[in-house]
Design a binder for this molecule. Sequence first.
Ligand SMILES: [Fe+2]
Length: 434
Amino acid sequence: MSCQHYDLVEGGAQSFTVAMPKYTFGRETLSEAGVRAESNGMKTVALFTDPQLEQGPYVATVKESLKSRAIGVTVFSDIRIEPDDATVMEATGFLRGGRFDGVVSVGGGSVIDTAKAAMVYALYPAEFTDYFGSPIGAGKPIPGPLLPHLACPTTSGTGSECTSVSVIRINGLNTKFVMGSPYLLPQEALVDPTVCDTLPGNAIASTGFDLLCHAIECYTAKAYTRWPNIDNPIARTMLQGSNPWSDMAARKALEIAGEYLVRGVADADDREARDSLMFGASLAGMAFGNSGTHLPHAMSYGITHLMNDITTDGYQVDSPFIPHGISVVVNAPAIFRYLGGAAPQRHIEAAGFLGAEHLDAAGEEAGEVVSERIIELMKATGMPNGIQELGFNKESITSLAESSARQIRAINNAPRVASRQDMESIYDEALTYW
Ligand SMILES: [Fe+2]
């Protein structure tokens, strides 16, 4: 295989590893849950979902399918959007209290990530931050395999069904952090785009920008060859920098976002667009699960850390809440202006996949081309015009940068490493775009 468009670097990694769940995509495939759980040896499963989905048709389909194969099902649905350590520990207690031999998750990223983390603490009890990385955690590796996990996403954004990470809010620190381990990867992903048929346009928009940012961050991430080589290949984190595999998935996901995001938001009956976005979300998950995101995700954590009394219309969430995709994309135009000059060719290519014009730009201008295209898509889908519209102002900037500066791994995965001062300038530029 010719991977030598990635220049080898002295002392840098010379190989990359790809991890993927067994993957099934198609309408009505949720009805395959039973036979797929059975093929993974499950006889008594813990089914994780959220309170709204628990009452709806998708969970009913999955339960019926499991029961048709004589598989016992017990539901845990006390999962909030943006799950925190309290949610995870409650779910952990639920898992410990049953004799489960498998887990099925039906929900968005919050549900799938809670299922992953709960299995970790149920099987390998520890201080909560032990399995999170520096600077907030001890960075201990998850010791061994979890239960077989069949992940069934119900939004077209998270990609968590295809990743080996779990993102959890840690209340004591009032911010989210990432736990990563190859053991967190579900054994199977069952992706049924039927679940998007009834989602409102604003949910398709915010999750769609999560998809878009996963993909563009992977495509523009630091090359895997620029991460230090490690002695023990088994210890390699899947957040390993851009590589030929993640490039392939990210490229297709960007093309899907460029072609279908506006259509999928505007028209719930546009099945081609919504089904494509669902597949694109998985592709972007396959990409970032094998390369890692960078600055837009790192800087989203400051936004969700400091959102205080901010709420978002159209969501049944009573606590302060900004949808994850919005918290990520709202800084993205300013970030790509900052990053473009560090990897101009990559940024121009990514902009082209998204359907941008002016692809003859070079150097620093490459970031501007990406930004222009993202702003165009934000305008067309009703995204907020910068962080000021979310309720932040110039006085917020120091705290935002201070909070996000803790996301060290993600910051270091960008083609240019942002200092706290750089992040302050980016947040300042992200106040308003148009
Ligand atoms: Fe994300």
